[in-house]
Design a protein around this ligand. Structure first.
Ligand SMILES: Cc1ncc(COP(=O)(O)O)c(C=O)c1O
Length: 437
């Protein structure tokens, strides 16, 4: 067995870690994780860390979940993978039917991760308009500070300068309209009024540019990478009306917020809107295997159906619809159903919010906010490097937390207990009360 240092030296030499300036690993080595157990990560020395951010928001029912393990193990004895062009299999058909039932959309097209789902939705939307004889409708609108992934097409509609600016020459132009982030409301203005005010800017843009616009893409109710920016459902409602009025697709990127994160199975439900496209990933497999899906309307699907090959959607990924990933996703949907997870989380969330009351009341905390199984706050008077210092200090308190800028958030696996949440609250209080962080 390698020692801690062996593994860290080897990872630095052999692995290029994501979203990381590798030089920083000289002073801040990554955790060497060997095992997971429910919401806990266990390192090579047996130290335990509560995975408070669900491993980049993917884990729903804990690490090493026996029910998901059993489904994947069962599938391993049948077929691990077969290409999905020219072949099909029961797990992908079952999953597509169940996702259609849950979303009200159909014709599931699969990718391997969130960014590929964004690419697929953007391409189908523009291709739809082309097939409809309106090829000039190929522009995209997104929200300021929005995040939709980092492949070149997805990055074109992402609006986070840290990730985007360097690659500007590679990207296609897109238009950003103001985010309805409730923190930006004027003094005395409600989140709802601010959302409606932002939607008026969207309307003004559409009134002028609908003829060259294919779609509006949004993260419904919460912009994660923007720092858990939450907004009122009135924006989605109005965006749906405007997209209908101006003949522009509405793409709901539910990659981060889908599968119960915001308190409903899908965030769009809270605005009672049905998008033209829904992008799903992350929690879809409970955090087990890379899988994404894009579902759309019969109308969009029908525009591709015909005798001409080029009219079809000729996009593909080698692992599209992987049976192991589909079985993991089916096991996740079974858990939602059998354990009545959405209702159980509602009760749990009330308790967790109570547990976090002391954090919310801390003198350094601003804009404490909560939606479903997400809690976030901004920290006042932070010096550069806050997020790294907070992360390291939280690790010393057995909590794996990675703030985004000065926003601290927890988005725990749904199997986290109130006692474990109390531990997280205590860890955050220790960090907040340290004047050096
Ligand atoms: C809203 C949203 N869209 C897309 C993505 C990209 O997903 P992936 O990292 O799997 O490519 C993310 C990832 O954080 C996301 O939060």
């Amino acid at each position: 067995m390698a020692t801690d240092n062996d593994l860290l030296n080897r990872t630095r030499a052999a692995v290029w870690h994501p979203c990381t300036q590798m030089k920083q690993l000289e002073t801040a080595p990554p955790l060497a994780i060997v095992r997971g157990e429910g919401p806990w990560l266990i390192d090579i020395d047996g130290r335990r860390y509560l995975d408070a951010i669900s491993s980049w928001w993917v884990n729903l029912f804990g690490h090493c979940n026996p029910r998901i393990n059993a489904a994947i193990t069962d599938q391993l004895g049948k077929i691990e993978h077969v290409m999905l062009a020219g072949a099909t299999h029961e797990p992908v058909v079952d999953l597509s039917e169940r996702l259609a039932h849950l979303t009200g959309l159909g014709h599931a097209f699969y990718g391997s991760d969130g960014a590929s789902a964004t690419e697929i939705a953007l391409k189908i939307s523009a291709h739809y308009w082309r097939n409809a004889g309106q090829a000039e409708k190929n522009g995209f609108i997104s929200l300021t500070n929005g995040y939709h992934g980092e492949t070149v097409g997805a990055l074109s509609v992402t609006d986070i300068p840290l990730f985007k600016a360097t690659y500007a020459p590679l990207l296609r132009h897109s238009v950003q309209v103001p985010s309805p982030d409730a923190r930006m409301a004027a003094p005395g203005e409600s989140a709802e009024a601010y959302a409606v005010r932002c939607a008026a800017v969207l309307e003004a843009h559409l009134a002028e540019h609908a003829a060259t616009t294919a779609a509006l893409i949004v993260e419904p109710l919460m912009q994660g990478a923007a720092g858990m920016a939450m907004y009122h459902p009135a924006y989605l409602k109005r965006a749906r009306e405007l997209c209908d009025q101006y003949q522009v697709h509405l793409i709901a990127d539910e990659i981060a917020v889908g599968f119960g994160r915001t308190g409903t199975m899908f965030a769009c439900e809270q605005a009672a809107v049905r998008p033209d496209f829904i992008c799903l990933s992350k929690g879809i497999t409970g955090g087990y295997l890379p899988l994404s899906a894009v579902l759309t309307t019969d109308e969009v699907y029908a525009a591709f159906y015909g005798d001409a090959t080029a009219r079809g959607f000729l996009h593909s990924h080698s692992y599209t619809g992987n049976p192991l990933a589909c079985r993991a996703a089916l096991a996740v949907l079974d858990i939602f159903e059998h354990d009545n997870v959405i209702a159980a989380n509602r009760v749990k969330a009330i308790e967790f919010t109570r547990v976090l009351a002391e954090v919310a009341a801390h003198s350094r905390v601003r804009h404490f906010r909560h939606l479903g199984m997400i809690w976030a706050f901004d920290v006042a008077d932070t010096a550069p490097g806050f997020s790294t210092r907070f992360h390291r200090a939280a690790l010393a308190q057995a909590a794996f937390i990675r703030p985004i800028g000065n926003t601290v958030y927890v988005m725990p696996p749904y199997v986290t207990s109130a006692d474990e949440m109390r531990g997280l609250a205590d860890a955050m209080l220790v960090c907040l009360s340290n004047p050096d962080i």
